[in-house]
Design a protein around this ligand. Sequence first.
Ligand code: FES
Length: 104
Amino acid sequence: TINIYVEQDNGERIALEAPTDMGLSVMEVLKANEFDVQAVCGGMAICATCHVEVLQSGELPEMNDDEAYMLETLPHATESSRLSCQLRVNPELDGLVVRIMPEA
Ligand code: FES
């Protein structure tokens, strides 16, 4: 397992444990921990309701075209925005810090 942190509005970081051997996405880990991520499309990169801002990370996987396109259409997206459903939990994500975007 690795640790993923969710930064709250008050700056507090909540640590989550995420197994690396189950093929989960960060979105699924957030949902499993009862964060308010709607993920309407179920991880197809077409709803953007799993939008997070990456505050700290190691090497992140490249965006595929679908993710890049979705983020381009989002008014609140920043340079550090990602769709959490497209981030597969793997050992390289250990220590990832995200903020769940308000419109997610
Ligand atoms: Fe819909 Fe990620 S769950 S874009």
